[in-house]
Write a protein that binds this ligand. Structure first.
Ligand code: ZN
Length: 708
């Protein structure tokens, strides 16, 4: 018997008065009274990563006594554990007073989601910063968010954060800190942007309790004199931001009809954990046929990018597009947008106020210690009693890898002939979102260390599409977005694409399509070893990606069949989709036969053959059997995997050009004019929107070359 939630109630935070529920802080936290707000802004162009010069300095840790302490908060260590909370927290104690004419920077982080423990002024323009560990723990430092005022424009400042605990970081691979200038926001309507030069992340000369510390250092200039600026690890998204968003929904006469906001439970500090139920109103008993989709985010408070993905998802699903209508007609969405509000409020990186990583507690029955986890699992059990759950996904941010990808679950005994079903949704997502989402980065293993995660527990409860979505805190390695940072619009777009992929996956004949996809995936995965697919993209061979393609290819056929047999509405969606997608510029004649076995594999190859003939880059009738393997590889990949992923798999980037990964050969370049060589070199890099035709053209040179 699964205990039921409270009956729907009028939320104190979302009443008609439109007031926010008050934010509760652990009693020893000092909180400034100012309300911190930032404008929404998207940079006109994707912001490039930092390219290391190799000459970056590595300032050493300055021990106590060196330099002047100008900012210090001690509240984290006053109690060994959470005791009680109060609204707003304590009034803050005064920090170091400034004399007139003193140009020392003034630091502040005692606000929602802020994190900064200590600042030492080392030199006139150089500051050493220490982050606060997660409350009631002595570890977990990663998230930072603080205010700096009393700035001087154009001066060469250096900040060094000295107590990171992870040896690896995206700051080693080009990630730059975020800067927000209030003057720029006011005068130029410019918001969060990337900043920093001479960026270096390195093992330093400090540590504590056997824990080695690592430093992040960067130089920068403030844009204005006497400005108030902010620095952050990623785009902040606070509990109050969420509440404002939810209040707006509850006040919207249209959205509030199909989006119901309830209290899932209260956190340890008595903050509300919200759950949203999104579905179109239904007639009679029809509703029970709707499958459920469960989405959760911000179990790890420092992974703020996931709130932007969640916002993108909610904007889309609560919008008035035809696609959103179809999804709301077909599904019941249960959304917990912020699983760890306390952690978000106090500026933790990973833990709740229990000092624990909540994403290892999904097997726990300690309702009082981990309420949001216990109630989420209970809610899902309850949903399972009334309807099928099509998909569960918990959103996370990744601090070491680039791109967006998922972790799914597959059984070990399926390794030799895997049922590829859990791979289908991420594959569709990678097709829709080719310059951000990487299918080759996805993993489908169930590791022992992950047994307490939402993904594994929900999978064991019977949800086969159970995922952790990981979005890089930094940016993408794919296509045109290679070597650029994600901004908030990029993150929101991942949420939109998530909806698109759901639509592709399920609508209109969910059961039928699902069955077809299953069968096709199964048939075409014969001989495909999932371990091969599980390799890092950096070691991916063409063999594994070819196998991948074949599955993908059949899926593509499945998608085509689907659009043929679907209603008018779906036709329109498909039309819109094909207009958006320039990747495939030809028409395929596809039999609607769903016969299985060898026949269909042959059909797949024949289709490829036809496509290739259509391209016919050198005007001669080619025998498919004699087509060099890399071309087959290119064509098949271009059809069913994003060209950007293809680029990743075929070529590993190297200083001064590209180099083939084993099993894949680039066109020969000898005995050509420099001009021609540059041309082909450029083409081999494959633009993100490369059509199959373009890929063919790319090889025209190869054919003509081999005739010489
Ligand atoms: Zn996480």
């Amino acid at each position: 018997m699964v205990p039921h939630l409270h009956a729907p109630q009028n939320l104190p935070g979302l009443s008609s008065a439109g007031q926010l529920s008050l934010v509760h802080w652990p009693h020893q936290c000092e909180v400034i009274r100012d309300r911190i707000e930032h404008i929404d802004w998207t940079p006109p162009r994707p912001e490039p990563l930092y390219t290391p010069m190799g000459l970056e300095m590595k300032p050493s840790y300055q021990p106590a006594g060196e330099g002047t302490v100008i900012y210090l908060t001690e509240e984290a260590n006053k109690d060994s554990g959470f005791v009680y909370s109060q609204v707003r927290g304590l009034s803050p104690s005064k920090q170091i007073l400034h004399q007139n004419g003193d140009n020392t920077l003034i630091f502040e982080a005692r606000f929602e989601s802020g994190n900064l423990q200590k600042v030492v002024k080392v030199n006139e323009f150089e500051y050493q910063l220490t982050l606060r560990t997660d409350l009631y723990t002595s570890k977990y430092t990663q998230w930072y968010y603080f205010q700096v005022s009393n700035t001087q424009a154009g001066m060469p400042y250096r900040f060094t954060i000295v107590n990171f605990t992870k040896p690896d970081s995206l700051y080693k691979r080009g990630m730059r800190p975020l800067l927000y200038s209030e003057a720029d926001a006011k005068k130029h309507n410019v918001g969060w942007r990337r900043t920093g030069n001479e960026i270096k992340y390195y093992r330093n000369n400090a540590g504590q309790g056997g824990q080695q510390y690592f430093s992040l250092t960067w130089t920068f200039q403030f844009p204005h004199n006497r400005d108030t600026c902010y620095f952050a690890h990623c785009y902040p998204y606070t509990y109050s931001n969420l509440q404002e968003y939810l209040v707006a929904i509850s006040k919207d006469p249209v959205k509030s009809k199909f989006c119901k906001i309830h209290i899932l439970c209260h956190s340890l500090a008595r903050n509300i954990v919200y759950v949203l139920t999104i579905t179109n109103p239904h007639e009679g008993d029809k509703d029970t046929k709707r499958k459920a989709v469960i989405l959760t985010a911000r179990v790890h408070p420092g992974e703020t990018n996931t709130s932007w993905i969640m916002k993108g998802f909610l904007d889309y699903i609560l919008g008035n597009s035809g696609n959103a209508q179809v999804l709301r007609d077909n599904f019941v969405f249960k959304v917990v947008p912020m699983l760890n509000p306390d952690g978000v409020i106090v500026g933790n990186h990973r833990c709740s106020l229990a000092g624990q990583d909540l994403n290892r507690k999904y097997k726990s029955n300690l309702k009082e210690f981990y309420p949001s986890i216990w109630y989420t699992r209970n809610m899902i059990k309850r949903v399972m009693e009334e309807r099928d759950i099509l998909l569960y996904c918990d959103f996370h941010g990744h601090n070491r890898k680039k791109n967006v990808f998922v972790y799914g679950c597959e059984r070990k005994q399926q390794a030799k002939a895997p049922n590829l079903h859990p791979r289908v949704f991420p594959l569709l997502l990678s097709k829709i979102c080719p310059d951000k989402f990487s299918f080759p980065d996805c993993r489908f293993r169930v590791q022992k260390s992950k047994e307490g995660t939402g993904r594994v527990v929900m999978w064991k409860m019977g949800i086969s599409n159970s995922y952790t979505l990981e979005a890089s805190i930094c940016g993408s390695k794919l296509g045109q977005r290679r070597s650029t940072h994600f901004n908030t619009k990029d993150l929101e777009s991942v949420g939109h694409h998530f909806c698109d992929a759901l639509l592709d996956y399920c609508v209109p004949n969910m059961k039928e399509h699902e069955e077809m996809v299953k069968q096709q995936a199964k048939v075409n995965s014969e001989g495909l070893n999932s371990d091969v697919l599980d390799r890092d993209s950096s070691t991916q061979t063409s063999n594994s990606s070819d196998s991948c393609d074949l599955v993908a290819h059949q899926l593509k056929l499945g998608t085509k069949i689907k659009t043929k047999t679907s209603g008018e509405h779906i036709h329109r969606i498909a039309k819109d989709r094909s207009r958006e997608s320039k990747n495939v510029s030809f028409k395929m004649e596809v039999s609607t036969s769903t016969s299985l076995g060898q026949e269909q594999t042959t059909q797949g190859i024949e289709t490829l053959h036809k496509i290739f003939q259509e391209l016919d880059p050198v005007g001669r009738d080619l025998n498919w059997g004699t087509i060099p393997q890399p071309i087959e590889h290119f064509i098949s990949q271009n059809l069913f995997l994003p060209p950007t992923a293809l680029q990743e798999m075929c070529y590993a980037s190297e200083r001064g050009g590209v180099r083939p990964v084993s099993g894949c050969h680039p066109p020969k370049m000898e005995s050509r004019s420099r001009e021609k060589e540059e041309k082909i070199h450029h083409r081999v890099k494959l633009p993100i929107t490369a059509s199959v035709k373009q890929v063919g053209e790319c090889f025209r040179f190869w054919f003509s070359g081999s005739e010489n």
